[in-house]
Design a binder for this molecule. Structure first.
Ligand SMILES: Nc1ncnc2c1ncn2[C@@H]1O[C@H](COP(=O)(O)OP(=O)(O)OP(=O)(O)O)[C@@H](O)[C@H]1O
Length: 226
């Protein structure tokens, strides 16, 4: 479903990814690990169509993802709905006046009926216990609360692929347990997960396959689980 062929990415003269070859199948749960600075965040930005390969090719469900293809608004909308990305820093993602509006924003952009938008918003607020915060402005929430809101926003769009960067960071134990159980059911429903984490426990619990990025920014599929 996701394929990177000899992908390189450079920030100016700084090469962040070199010859990355990676295939992710539909329904797979992939964990990506690697040392600081090896290119994990760059890879995630690339998978989400925020940046594009300097060289090489990225295809999603057979469609090449590049600057040109994402200039087509209809295609870009479809792609961004398919690929749910939860930013590591929630402040980059939250901009509405209330938590409720923030969560409803994605579904309302998808052309769903008003009833469906309301239902999805309620379900996602309920999943993360956000009902009491529904009228609060997201930028006045605590770090952990913001993270819950940004996760709820992405899940309300019912993405095909969920891409998470250190998903447990900043969450209390109860919310961590809830999120792990949610991610398991997301995976069991046949959806695809791509998770960057240094947390071995989380990796072992969720991964079908763990991929280690080396300092040279190449991939080395070290071992497969399950
Ligand atoms: N905006 C930028 N301009 C120039 N170089 C950058 C930029 N962003 C990242 N880099 C460089 O690209 C390389 C990969 O960075 P990236 O943030 O993808 O690594 P990472 O594996 O996510 O690191 P960490 O685990 O520390 O978050 C690093 O050498 C970094 O210095």
């Amino acid at each position: 479903m996701i394929e990177l062929e000899n992908v390189c990415y450079a920030y100016g003269k700084e090469i962040a990814l070199r010859n990355v070859n990676l295939k992710v199948s539909k329904g797979e749960s992939l964990v990506i690990k690697g040392p600081n600075g090896c290119g994990k965040s760059t890879l995630i930005k690339l998978l989400n169509g925020i940046i594009f390969p300097t060289m090489g090719k990225y295809t999603y469900k057979g469609h090449e993802i590049n600057e040109k293809s994402l200039k087509d608004n209809k295609f870009a909308k479809w792609f961004h709905q398919q690929m749910g990305y939860v930013f590591q820093n929630a402040d980059n993602q939250l901009f509405c006046a209330s938590v409720e509006e923030e969560i409803a924003f994605g579904p309302s952009q998808m052309g769903l009926s008003q009833e469906e938008v309301i239902q999805r918003t309620k379900d996602c607020m309920n999943l993360f216990g956000l009902e009491k915060l529904s009228k609060r402005p997201p930028y006045h929430l605590s770090g952990g609360e913001k993270r819950k809101v940004s996760l709820a926003c992405i899940l309300s769009m019912n993405p095909e692929v969920l891409v998470l960067d250190e998903p447990l960071a900043g969450l209390d134990e109860k919310t961590q347990a809830m999120l792990i159980s949610f991610l398991k059911s997301f995976h069991n429903a046949g959806k695809t997960l791509i998770i960057i984490t240094h947390n071995n426990e989380l990796a072992n619990e969720l991964a079908d396959r763990i991929v280690i990025m080396k300092e040279s920014h190449d991939f080395n599929t070290e071992f497969s689980l399950k």
